[in-house]
Each structure stands twice: as C-alpha cells, then as structure tokens.
Ligand binder design. Structure first.
Ligand code: PEP
Ligand code: MG
Length: 753
C-alpha cells in the first residue's frame, strides 16, 4: 500500500476505534461505522451484513440503502453477491453489479441505482462472520489498494464482533455468539457419556485493541516476537532429544523455513502499516492460510499449511503473552475441546478429563487411541464446535451417539442426567457381580481380561473385575514420545506394570507400528496401502534393533517372574518361528550376561490375517497361545478399511461368514490344544461377546469398562440355547445372525443394554 494510502487507512482505523469507544448500544455502533466508512471511502452506501444464524446473512446496518430494510433483508450463504462473498471468503469488486455473476436484486433496499459494488468478508481465523459492502452510483473501478483498505476495516469489525461490541441492548441486535444452546453431531471416537465444563485446548486469543496506536512500536513488537520465535524453533531443532528424529524434524525444519519467510513477514508488516495491531496482522495471515487450507486437496501441502498455522499460533502467544492451557488450571469436570490434539498433549491432561471433543481427528488417530485407552468419551469431527464453544460453557458429550450439546436447555440437560444416572446404576450392578465367576446359566465358565496400553490403565484391573491383561499394546508408550524410548525406561515401565498386576497375568504385545500407528521419529517408506504394508512383526523382523531392545526390556522387567509375549500381525508360520527364535536368543543372552531370566516365557501370536487360520498344524503346536485381533481380522476378511467411515460399518461382526470363520479357528485351536482368546473391540460388546462364546471361545479381552456389561449378559444366558438361536439363523440363510440373536435375547429377557 503506498504511504499516503497507508496514512489514510491508519486515520480511518483510529476514527473507527474512537467511534466504537463512544457510548451507545450495538446497533448505534454499527450505524456509526457505516457512516464513517462511507464518508471516508467516498461511497454513497456502506452496509454491514452479519451471519445471524447458520447459513443466513442479515443486513444489520446501512448508510445509503433504505433503513426499513435493516434486519429485514436476509439472504442465504451463496445467495446474491453478498452471499457469494461469505461463501467463498473472497472479495467481489465490480463497476456493473447488475451484470455480475450471482447478482440478486433485493427490492426493499432500493439498491438498483448503485452500479458499483465492493464487498469483502468480515472474517476471523478462517471463519466468516459477515460481509462489509460499499456501493457507488456511478461506475467506479475499485483499486486493489481500496480492496485491501476495506479488508483492513473488516478485520477490525471482525475483532469487535468477537468482543461482542455489536450485541447487547437493542431487541434487534444480532444474537451473540457463545449464547444459546448449540448442538453438533460428529463421529464416535469412544463410547460413554460425560457432562462438564468446556476447556479449550487452544484458548481463543481476545484482542482488545485491534488498531495500532503507534505503528513503529507495533513493528518493533512483531520483530521482537519473530526473533523469539526463531530462537525457540532453533532451540527445538538443536535439542538432543531430536538427534535422529524423522518426521518431527521435518516439521521443525518447515517451521524454521516459515519463520524466516520474507513474504510472510512483509505481509504482516504491511498490515501494521495500514493501522492494524501486530496481533491482528498475524491473524490476518492466519485467516488467509486457513482459507487456503480449505481449498487445497494435496495432503502434503495441507500438512505444511497446518505447520504454518501452528507457527502463527506460537507467534500470537509470544505477542500476547498468553500461554497454552496451564495444566494446573484444568477444572475438575473439564471436557477438552480442540481442533485436533497430539497423543502426548492428551496424556498430559490424562484422567482429569471427563470427555474430549475434536473438530477434526480420525477414528484411528493417536489421540483417539489414547482417549480409548483412558476410557474417556470422545466425539471426533464435531462441526463448528471450536467456533461455538467458550471456556467455562456447560457441555454434554454423548459418545454413544456422537452428539455434543453446548449450553444445553434444561430439558436436554435433564434427559442427559437421567442417562448418566442409568449408566451409574448399571456400574453399581456390575460392581455387585465383580467377584463372581463369569459362568453361563448352563455352567460354561469364561475368562474376561482387559486390554491396556498405558500405565494409567492398570488401576482399572481390580475394580473392573478383569482376570488379567489380555492385550497390552506396547506401542502407545512409543507413540506418545518424540524419540525412541531408552531400554532402561522400558524396563522401569514394564516392571511397574507387572508389579501393579501382581499375580494376574499380563500379555505384552510387541511393537505394533505401521498402518494407523506411525511413530513420529521413524522415517517410513511411502506406502500406497499402509494397512497391508510394512507393519508390526514385519518391521520387527526386518529391523530387529528395536524389537530386540524391547524383548530385553521385557525379560529384565520380569525379573524372574513368568512372562507372556505376543507378536502382532503374524501372517505365516515362518514369521512366528523367527520371532520365537529371537525371544529365545535374547533369553540366552540375558542368561550369559548374568541377568535373572523369567521362570518361563510363553510366546503367542495374534491372528489378524485370515492366512494364519490356515497355517500348518506345527504353528498351532508351537504357539503357547493365540489371540484373535478382530479389528484387523475383520477388515481383511471383508476387505473393508477399519478407518474408512464409508465402509467400516458396512459388514456386521455377526455376519454369518465371519462368525463361522471364528468358529473354525476356535475348533482348530481346540483340536490342537492351543489356548485361544479374542481381543479386538468387538469382544467388549455384550451381544458380540455372547456370539463368540457360542462359537466356542472361552477367553475374551476388552476395555475395562466393557467387562461389567459383558459379564452381566453372559451370566444371564444359557449358552447352548444362544448357540441354537445362532444356528437356526445360519440355517435360515440369514446374512447376519444379529436380528435373530437379539430377538431371542429379548424373549428370554436377557440384559443386553
Ligand atoms: C486388533 O486388530 O483387533 C487388535 C486388537 O489390534 P489393534 O486394534 O491394536 O490393531
Ligand atoms: Mg491389530
């Protein structure tokens, strides 16, 4: 922007701020702004349209159009030029409005006489709040500088909207954001219900003075913050922690590149020159980045734009001195609301959280894995939750239905309380049967174990009534760190787990990385189909370094106690035999080194690929135990990606083919004397668990919270009668036995919910 225009822009912004500071209600402020902008930019019309409800823009103030149209003229997003601006978040400038694409005539405004039109979005951090328009009668070509000038004004209005400057007293005021009930639907990340108080992971930064009083001083503040930012990034890059890190280093290198990017800095400085405070200049760039993010399809480019967005957040924090959430300030009933969150950050909050709601996230993301391990209700892909939630709001999370309520009405909150009470009552009922055996009415006894992945899970062992840990996912400890853990750290961790389990058995699964579980510090080849790719035992055998280190840590942690080790994703006998040999070689090594070796080591395999079910008998004889990893087995059995929302629910676990396959595996193991269990998510669903038991499985491993409901159902049914109902459905040609089984359970009044 040329100097003279920059000076004019600064003068306008200051007058704007002074106008806003004068007494009056929100409507008066809006009116004054339109008058000021119209006179300063030599326009006959200036109008402000605000998004009053989802998808609707309302003319909230005007100078030049008919006053009777104010609060009457409304348009949907995409309707008319104003709707187009809001929809595309881009300006429209024309000297012939009537013949411009998208033009729509609103007769009540009397706008037909104005040929020239310039409109810009009023937006903050990628979120469009409204549209600011100027119009002229005569054909006028608005220059780029005029467009930029109006955008700068719109930035200030956006900040003021955020501060609530236009809401409050008059009945015609647009409704304030962060007031009134809001409901959004997402995708289930983890079942369960929670009621609590919103805790924003990234607190919104409120800028009380968006206008620079002294641009020279603002430039100096920006320079100082940039300097500090570059220092932070360099320090992270040089920290020992990252000696040979892969992807994480890439992110930091990208940050460094951005932090020194001349274009980025120049654009922010130009905004300050035009009269914006340094924070708003940073936000303006962020708005632009987010707009680009929503347009680009390329995954790599999106990642880089994410990096730039993260970096801008850091810069904002440096400028405002507001840090990320202080762990000490986490309220007791906090429900964390975040755009996305890393597994390490989520673990930092730990069990203090009642629930988690993410605007992004995926079912298989690390954060989702951690939330599941912590048994915290989680809703992902909850649309607009960041925009609507404010710290301290009441929030209800229904992880069973993937619904989130903010500031709920009393009737919704009441219904929710009833649901929580029912869940609590059910918990009491489960506590009553905790120490009783899991024995069906016809005398079949089952073993119920729990799945775990964090030390934080172990305290659930006794209260849940689990008879041991059937699956300990060791990769979680690797996923939540920035570097490969050291052997001594692992020895300490595994010892604590064994100590805490006491006489109850723990089955440690060796590292299952790859596919959905990507270590941030491990460089991996690009794979077209990661779920079918280089993962789990395949990585362990091809690059035995980490696996050997892990085996050593397990052997040492056992310290003479019995040890159970399980290899994930074994697809053929050879892989198991090689892993088996590796364990024995490590036992020998430990012995040679004079370390105590376990009393005995049991070595098992996860059956997660159909191929292993057809392995030679010798495999079943060598394996001390087998556990069916149903999550993976099902995705390969049906060729349906477990993370793809379009297909993952398409095939029922109680599908006749899948159940019959489970039955075959169970019978083969029985014939060959190999203990068999099931440890996928389905084991924790009561009806599924019953069907597996009916197919012959006698050991199930599940989330601790599922043990109560599963046990209650199993204790209430006659297993051979359940098998009869399943067999009838199969004989009948049913695609899934679910309907028949549930009908039978209802008839016998079994507790299925
Ligand atoms: C499974 O695949 O069923 C399983 C238990 O392993 P994970 O979910 O960790 O892949
Ligand atoms: Mg698996």
């Amino acid at each position: 922007m040329p100097q003279s225009e920059a000076v004019e822009s600064r003068v306008l912004l200051k007058r704007l701020r002074d106008t806003l500071a004068e007494a009056g209600d929100g409507q008066e402020r809006l009116n004054r702004i339109t008058a000021l902008v119209a006179s300063s930019l030599v326009a006959e019309v200036c109008s402000i349209y605000l998004q009053t409800e989802a998808d609707t823009l309302e003319l909230c103030a005007t100078t030049g159009l008919r006053q009777s149209a104010v609060h009457r003229t409304r348009m949907r997003l995409r309707q008319g030029l104003v709707g187009r601006i809001a929809d595309t978040a881009s300006p429209v400038a024309t000297d012939d409005a009537q013949h411009t694409r998208g033009y729509e005539y609103f007769p009540e405004t009397g706008e037909e006489v104005f040929a020239s039109f310039l409109g810009v979005p009023i937006q903050r951090l990628g979120e469009v709040l409204g549209v600011l328009v100027i119009q002229n009668q005569n054909p006028r070509t608005y220059t780029d500088d005029e467009v930029h000038g109006l955008e700068v004004v719109a930035m200030v209005i956006a900040e003021m909207t955020e501060l609530g400057a236009f809401t409050g007293t008059a009945p015609t005021d647009p409704p304030a954001r962060h007031q009134g009930a809001f409901m959004t639907r997402g995708v289930i990340g983890q079942e369960g219900v929670a009621a609590g108080t919103v805790l924003l992971h990234d607190p919104r930064i409120v800028i009380t003075n968006p206008v620079a009083d002294d641009p020279v001083n603002e430039q100096a503040r920006l320079d100082a913050a940039l300097e500090a930012l570059r220092g932070e990034v360099d320090a992270m890059l040089h920290s020992d922690d990252l000696a040979d890190a892969g992807e994480h280093r890439d992110v930091l290198n990208a940050w460094r590149m951005f932090a020194h990017d001349k274009g980025w800095v120049r654009r922010m400085k130009a905004s300050i020159d035009a009269g914006l405070a340094a924070e708003v200049a940073v936000e303006r760039e962020q708005t632009e980045t987010r707009a680009r993010m929503s347009r680009v399809a390329d995954v790599y480019l999106r990642e880089r734009l994410h990096d730039l967005d993260d970096l801008s957040n850091r810069l904002l924090r440096l400028l405002t001195g507001i840090s990320a959430v202080d762990q000490k300030d986490v309220p007791e009933d906090a429900v964390l609301v975040a755009r996305n969150i890393g597994p390490g950050e989520l673990l930092d909050y730990g069990r203090r959280l009642q629930g988690v709601v993410l605007e992004e996230g995926s079912v298989g993301s690390h954060a989702a894995i951690v939330a599941r391990a912590l048994a915290i209700p989680l809703v992902i892909q909850a649309e607009h939750v960041i925009r609507e939630a404010a710290n301290g709001d009441a929030i209800l999370v229904d992880g069973d239905q993937a619904i989130v309520h903010l500031r709920p009405e009393e009737n919704v909150a009441g219904a929710f309380r009833a649901k929580i009470d029912m869940a609590a009552q059910a918990q009491e009922a489960y506590a009553g049967i905790r120490d009783l055996p899991t024995q069906t009415v016809d005398g079949v006894e089952l073993t119920l174990l729990m799945n775990a992945g964090l030390m934080a899970d172990l305290p659930s062992l006794r209260p849940s009534g689990a008879q041991g840990v059937g699956l300990y996912r060791t990769e979680l400890a690797f996923l939540v760190r920035r570097t490969v853990p050291k052997r001594r750290d692992l020895v300490a961790l595994y010892s604590r787990i064994l100590d805490s389990a006491g006489d109850k058995p723990v089955t440690f699964r060796t590292l299952d990385i790859g596919s959905d579980k990507v270590l941030p510090y491990m460089r991996r080849p690009e794979e077209p189909n990661p779920a079918l790719g280089w993962r789990a035992i395949r990585v362990g055998l091809d690059r035995p370094g980490i696996m050997r280190m892990q085996l050593q840590a397990l052997l040492r942690a056992a310290n003479g106690r019995p040890l159970r080790i399980m290899f994930p994703f074994v697809a053929q006998f050879d892989e198991f035999r090689d892993g088996h040999e590796m364990v024995h070689a490590e036992v020998e090594r430990e012995r040679r080194l004079g370390h105590m070796v376990p009393e005995y080591v049991q070595i098992g395999a996860m059956l997660e690929t159909p191929s292993l079910a057809f392995a030679p008998d010798q495999f079943f004889e060598m394996a001390d135990f087998i556990s069916i990893g149903g999550n993976d087995l099902k995705q390969f059995f049906f060729a349906a990606d477990r993370e793809n929302e379009l297909v993952r629910r398409r095939y029922d676990t109680l599908n006749t083919s899948f159940l019959s396959f489970i039955q075959q595996i169970s019978e083969r193991c029985e014939d060959l004397g190999t203990p068999i269990s099931f440890c996928g998510e389905d084991a924790g669903r009561p009806v599924e668990a019953l069907a597996f038991a009916a197919m012959g499985l006698r050991c199930l491993s599940m989330r601790p919270a599922s043990i109560g409901p599963v046990k209650r159902l199993l204790r209430a049914v006659d297993l051979s009668a359940a098998r009869g109902a399943i067999d009838d459905a199969r004989a009948n040609g049913d695609q899934s036995v679910r309907a028949a089984l549930v009908r039978w359970l209802t008839q016998v009044e079994a507790p299925i919910n």
